[in-house]
Structure formats: C-alpha cells, structure tokens
Design a protein around this ligand. Structure first.
Ligand SMILES: NC(=O)c1ccc[n+]([C@@H]2O[C@H](COP(=O)([O-])OP(=O)(O)OC[C@H]3O[C@@H](n4cnc5c(N)ncnc54)[C@H](O)[C@@H]3O)[C@@H](O)[C@H]2O)c1
Length: 261
C-alpha cells in the first residue's frame, strides 16, 4: 500500500455493510484511522476486527444516521480518539423495491430520512471538525438512480437524485473551507443490499440477485460484462479522498461498468 491517506481520520457510515466495509478496510490500509459506524454494531465490530488484524487503526461506533445527537457524540469520540475528521463517507441507505402505488408513506420516509436527511445531518456534524483539520472531503454514495431513475421505488429515485443537489450544495458552501464534496455512483454491485433480505433493504425471489434471472438481467445490462464488487467502488472512494482528486468537487464519478450508457 502507498500511504495515500496517511494521518487522515475518516468516518464511514453504514460501515458494517459491504461497500462501506470495503472502503473502511482500504482507507485503513492506506494509513487512515477509521471510525466504522453502523446502526448494526455487530457488523461494524467485524469490520474493525479485520482492520486491526491487518495492523490498521479503527474504532466501531453505533450510529443511526437519522439522529443528530448521535452524530454530535460520534464526532466527539472521533476527535478524542484520533483527532479532527478529514473524510466523511455517507453510505447508509434503505430501499423498498415496490411500485409507486405500493410504496407506503412509512417506506418513503425511511428511505428519505436515512439516505437524504442522514447525509445532511452528517455533513452538518462533521464540517466544524473538518475546519479544525484545515479542510476535508465529503464522499456521498449515489446510484444509477442518480442518473436515470426508472419506474418503481419513488423514495429511492428522489433520494438519489436529491444527492446531486445536496452534494453540489455542500461543495459550493464549503469550498472556502478547503472542503470538497463528491458523489460516487455505482452500477450493479453484488452486495446484501440487492441480494439479501435485510430490514433496511428487503428482497425476495422477485427482487434478489439470488434469482439467476435478476442476476443475469443486471449483468446483461453492464457492458463490461460483470457485476461490480465492493472493492471496485472502494478504489474510486480512495481516489476521490486522496490529494490526486484535489480539484474535484461538486461533481459525480460514475463507476458502473457502462451500465448507464
Ligand atoms: N448494491 C448495489 O448494487 C448498489 C448500487 C448503487 C448504490 N448502492 C448504495 O450503496 C449503499 C449500500 O451499500 P451496500 O450495497 O454495500 O449495502 P449493505 O446493505 O451491505 O450496507 C448498507 C449498510 O447501511 C446500514 N444502515 C441501514 N440503515 C442505517 C441507519 N439508519 N443508520 C446507519 N446505518 C444504517 C446497514 O446496517 C448496512 O450495514 C446505499 O447507499 C445504496 O443506495 C448500492
């Protein structure tokens, strides 16, 4: 590894998940101290154990991104343990893969509150710490739905399109503080989000990529010929967090194997 994040302090939301966990492991291997946060603390703990086994620095912390007080506590813990925060990755999210008519207000609220409001709260909580650090990088998880939301799950479409506006608002607001904000949009990634049956992202045979029909449909619509793996995205997050991306802000990096073409 090349120490591209040597001495940096990162906060990763949804850190017990597949893509966020891969970010945490890669960032730690590049020299960052990493706060792995998740509403599911067992999964966050497992990621921290992996990092520590590799000789990296990390702590796990239970965080529901919807809770402003929990965000404030997390930033205090991060500063006490590692110092001011340099990097924030907003990954946590939910989806309910049902039609517009079937999506209840409860489902809509959950998607918007976790994905959009959670990102807003995270940026607000972390920016003062980034100012202490002399600058920082906010990385936001987009989607193909940030490019071309199709039919179904209106909450997901609104969240991921909303991320374009929120990302630009953060980039414009905090450029003067040497804080960048970048949206990174994956295509089809083989993770529990589209394979498993989780409370934040339920799947059944009709929607899961366990069903070969669904798997092959996603693969077939990816010109580079395979589903992505979490590490594909972690590399893009690393690039966007590093000084190599120092003039990139407010924009979107698409990492989708051509799926949005
Ligand atoms: N997998 C894909 O194909 C794909 C494609 C595009 C975008 N995404 C985005 O990637 C992110 C999901 O990552 P993944 O695919 O590795 O899935 P994942 O399910 O493995 O990870 C999501 C994590 O978010 C956590 N989480 C859920 N609600 C939370 C809350 N209220 N507070 C804190 N944490 C919470 C979960 O516990 C889980 O660990 C989402 O933003 C999703 O929109 C996924």
């Amino acid at each position: 590894m090349t120490g591209r994040l040597e001495g940096k302090v990162s906060i990763i939301t949804g850190g017990g998940g597949a893509m966020p966990g891969a970010q945490a492991v890669l960032f730690a291997s590049e020299g960052s101290s990493v706060c792995v946060t998740d509403v599911n603390i067992e999964n966050a703990n497992a990621v921290v154990e992996r990092i520590k086994a590799n000789g990296g620095k990390a702590l796990s912390h239970q965080l529901d991104v919807r809770d402003q007080d929990e965000w404030d506590t997390l930033v205090q813990v991060a500063e006490k343990e590692f110092g001011p925060v340099d990097i924030l990755c907003n990954n946590a999210g939910a989806n309910f893969r049902v039609s517009f008519e079937e999506q209840s207000l409860e489902m809509w609220n959950q998607i918007i509150e976790i994905g959009l409001t959670g990102t807003f709260l995270g940026i607000k909580a972390v920016v003062p710490s980034m100012r202490k650090a002399g600058g920082g990088v906010i990385l936001n998880m987009g989607s193909l739905a940030s490019i071309r939301p199709g039919g179904g799950s209106p909450g997901y479409a609104a969240w991921k399109m909303g991320m374009i506006g929120l990302n630009r608002s953060a980039a414009g607001s905090f450029a003067k503080d040497n804080i960048r904000s970048v949206l990174i949009s994956p295509g089809h990634v083989d993770t529990p989000f589209i394979r498993g049956n989780n409370p934040h992202s339920p799947n059944d045979w009709k929607t899961s990529i366990d069903n070969p029909e669904n798997y092959n449909k996603r693969k077939g619509s990816t010109p580079l010929g395979r589903l992505q793996v979490p590490e594909d995205l972690a590399q893009a997050f690393l690039f966007a967090a590093s000084s190599e991306a120092s003039m990139i802000t407010g924009s979107m990096i698409t990492v989708d194997g051509g799926a949005a073409l």
